[in-house]
Design a protein around this ligand. Structure first.
Ligand code: DX5
Ligand code: ZN
Length: 233
């Protein structure tokens, strides 16, 4: 059976949020070697979301530990004053929230002007129609399947319908469809079948706390998603 949703490569993106912050560089190296495609980074400001994590300086310190794509998911508002700092810190792609400011189109253009891939993220309460008019200036659509701020929450099932809607909106465009929150080996197949090609996972990757467990955890998510896409494992 042909799988129209499999047009973009499958990506597993471990979220550093679930790693041991006392050894960030080591953790980045570990998930890199364990098979991560992208390294997902979650700056939070205690304002847009009710938690505070890390900013550009911490990302700059992690950068030498991997050559993989640094995928920054900014949960900060305003975001515009900090885009250049995240770009200079070594982020390859920068995703901003549709809810984070009144000038989303401008923010996305600014990211592209910095030479980086531009992503837009939508919270669980935000309809897919919110990104209809900026779809031509994005490289990534990130569908949140939890309320952002914390790892370890359960996947909100209505995200699946939103992923399908985003897939229809993105048809024919070179856009990665990313899903973030509560992703596990148990739901990776239905997420991939709905049309997401980039799966972010924090707790499901870092559980176990060792390189071997990261390898097993990443493979389990990858294999579940790959078979749903009709790809050989
Ligand atoms: C939460 C972050 C996620 C988080 C996901 O706001 O955007 O990237 O790390 O964690 P899990 O996979 O544990 O839900
Ligand atoms: Zn994230």
């Amino acid at each position: 059976m042909s799988q129209p949703f499999a047009s973009r490569p499958l990506v597993i993106a471990p979220s550093i949020l679930a790693s041991d912050f006392a050894k960030l560089g080591e953790e980045v190296r570990a998930v890199d070697q364990a098979g991560a495609d992208w390294i997902h980074l979650d700056p939070m400001d205690g304002h847009f979301v009710p938690n505070i994590t890390f900013g550009p300086d911490a990302i700059k310190a992690m950068r030498p530990h991997s050559k993989k794509i640094f995928d920054a998911h900014l949960m900060i508002a305003p975001c515009d004053p900090y885009l250049e700092a995240f770009a200079k810190a070594g982020c390859d792609q920068i995703t901003v929230h549709a809810e984070a400011g009144p000038h989303l189109h401008r923010s996305l253009q600014a990211i592209r002007t910095l030479g980086k891939k531009a992503g837009v993220s939508i919270n669980p309460a935000t309809p897919v129609s919110a990104i209809e008019h900026i779809i031509d200036v994005v490289d990534i659509v990130l569908v949140m399947s939890i309320n952002p701020g914390f790892g370890g929450q359960s996947f909100i099932p209505s995200a699946l319908e939103k992923i399908s809607q985003v897939r229809a909106m993105c048809a024919g465009r070179p856009i990665d469809i990313e899903v973030d929150g509560g992703v596990t080996a148990a739901n990776a197949a239905e997420i991939a079948a709905a049309g997401a090609n980039a799966l972010v996972a924090g707790s499901a990757v870092f559980k176990g706390g060792t390189m071997d467990s990261y390898k097993t955890n990443i493979s389990a998510i990858r294999n579940a998603a790959a078979s749903a896409r009709g790809e050989a494992i």
